[in-house]
Design a protein around this ligand. Structure first.
Ligand SMILES: Cc1cc2nc3c(=O)[nH]c(=O)nc-3n(C[C@H](O)[C@H](O)[C@H](O)COP(=O)(O)OP(=O)(O)OC[C@H]3O[C@@H](n4cnc5c(N)ncnc54)[C@H](O)[C@@H]3O)c2cc1C
Length: 490
């Protein structure tokens, strides 16, 4: 059932499991628990569409690098209503305790998570793990140039079929018809309340814009509000933060364009590095340092894509203008352009892995939302290791591109003239309730349970101890399926 909570008469609601949030994490958990015999309540702050009011809870205060105001959607389906459907598992090295990366190391290996990646792919029509293997992709991609050496590896981001992107559209009916899962719209959780001993959640408070108040009680509670909001809700409820860890280690995948490869020949088909191609499903390629090189140089796992540059930027601009229309002139012009222009250079688009630093953090702002709860304050900047890792990637890439005859990389990063001023939020908000074995340096355990609280769990990228460079949602879903198994057996 899906209902506006304002239409509910009883102000006390109960369930076996209560999920806060209906984004990729919340919906995955709801789907997994739907036929488990458990009664589930899902609380969604917004409704089918985002509104000015629902988005107002996402206002935030920023220092240093900025969070994109469009990177979080407060509505049913959460940010899946606008995301790009990119699907990429983390690499095995991302899970390791890397001596050169402070606070690195997951309490599980990639092998532990692999079966859950496979299940995640089955539930959401995603790609199987074997389709990320460069050998498999090469077999089906004969016309594309693929750079893969001992030092620089090609890696793939796969894209879900477009009709599978929006979880709200795809699962609305299923939840409307569910007898075991009740989804309540317009139900922002305004406080997590603990029992007297501070060992268990006793209830959640929900306040609505129309002035109604509800108390929600459940056996287990799962916070699934997104990478920034998970921390904000725990912080303003004063829950799970005995060791001052909630909100710390914020990570993103800072992205920006810097560097040009002047190609030796226009005949090289590099388009797989900027345009999704159908290779047993859509895939786009990127380049990263091999695990050995990352280990030897002591650097993070950042990667790059390319963007095409035309023979002349002037022609490219004209081409873009004409491509946008569809009259006879534009068709003729397009044909001429195809003949006359070629791709003579590519720009380098960087996606960085960040060091999990306790100083990069979500804390509470002095500014408040309409229910008098503090908004999020985000302190986020690059570390020396973040920059050094990109320098290493560009330096090795430059050598490999030249040796393999692809072209010459002109890179402000190699030349130490890059200002990093054009860095943008990739809308991947991670690390703020990190997973770990030691409560002094983490917020949740390997089952995503808040260390000090018996019945409170966290779902989403806030539990990632490190982020690799992979877009986070495949890993969010895999971890959530694992959490669902744990709750089913609890
Ligand atoms: C433009 C864009 C493109 C992207 N492309 C990709 C991509 O290609 N691949 C990829 O992997 N990732 C991508 N991402 C990131 C991806 O969308 C997120 O990682 C993912 O959707 C996060 O899911 P989530 O469930 O953790 O959080 P969210 O989607 O943020 O969901 C949180 C939910 O909680 C609700 N909520 C919040 N607070 C409360 C409260 N107090 N009470 C009740 N409900 C609450 C919200 O309304 C929302 O429904 C993209 C993001 C953007 C913005």
């Amino acid at each position: 059932m899906i209902k506006d909570i304002n239409t509910v008469k009883d102000s006390f609601l109960d369930a076996d499991v209560c999920i806060i949030g209906t984004g990729a994490a919340g919906i995955t958990l709801g789907l997994e628990l739907a036929n488990s015999g458990k009664k589930v309540i899902m609380l969604e702050s917004g409704s089918m569409q985002k509104t000015q009011v629902s988005q107002s809870f996402y206002d935030l205060e920023n220092t240093n690098l900025a969070i994109d105001p469009n990177s979080r959607i407060r509505a049913f389906g959460g940010t899946t209503t606008v995301w790009g459907g990119g699907w990429k598992p983390l690499d095995p090295i991302d899970f390791e305790q890397r001596d050169w990366v402070p606070f690195s190391g997951w309490p599980m290996t990639r092998e532990t998570l692999s079966p859950y990646y496979e299940r995640a792919a089955k539930v959401f029509s995603g790609p199987a793990l074997e389709t990320f293997d460069v050998q498999n992709v090469s077999k089906f991609s004969k016309n594309n140039y693929i750079l893969d050496t001992n030092n620089v590896k090609t890696t793939f981001l796969r894209i879900l079929p477009h009709e599978k992107w929006d979880f709200a559209k795809n699962y609305q009916k299923l939840f409307e018809q569910s007898a075991s899962v009740d989804v309540f719209f317009n139900a922002p959780v305004t406080k997590i309340v603990l029992d007297n001993k501070h060992q268990k959640v006793s209830e959640l408070l929900v306040q609505t814009v129309l002035g109604k108040k509800f108390n929600i009680r459940a056996g287990y509670y799962v916070v699934a509000c997104g990478g920034i909001e998970n921390a904000r809700l725990l912080l303003f409820s004063d829950v799970g933060n005995q060791n001052d860890q909630v909100g710390r280690y914020y990570m993103d995948h800072p992205k920006f364009v810097s560097g040009n490869v002047m190609l030796k020949t226009r005949d090289l088909n590099l388009s797989l590095y900027w345009k999704p191609q159908n290779i047993n499903g859509l895939a786009i390629a990127g380049l990263q340092l091999s695990e050995d090189v990352q280990r030897n140089l002591g650097v993070l796992n950042s990667y790059v894509h390319f963007l095409p540059g035309y023979v002349s930027d002037q022609y490219a601009f004209l081409a873009l203008k004409v491509f946008a229309s569809n009259n006879v002139l534009s068709k003729t012009f397009r044909a001429l352009m195809r003949f006359y222009t070629g791709i003579s250079k590519v720009q380098v688009r960087n996606f960085m892995e960040q060091t999990p630093s306790p100083e990069n953090r979500i804390s509470l702002s002095d500014r408040k939302d309409m229910f008098d709860n503090p908004l999020a304050k985000v302190e986020w900047s690059l570390s020396a290791l973040d920059k050094q890792s990109l320098f290493a990637l560009h330096t090795v890439l430059k050598k490999e591109l030249e040796q393999s005859g692809v072209g010459r990389l002109a890179s402000p990063i190699c030349e130490h003239t890059e200002t990093f001023a054009s860095i943008r939020d990739a809308s991947h908000h991670m690390g703020t309730t990190r997973m770990g074995g030691d409560p002094r340096y983490s917020v949740v355990d390997e089952n995503c349970k808040v260390h000090s609280i018996d019945n409170l769990f966290v779902a989403g990228s806030s539990v990632f101890p490190t982020s690799g460079h992979a877009n986070p949602t495949a890993t969010i879903i895999a971890l959530t399926i694992r959490l669902a198994d744990h709750l089913k057996s609890s």
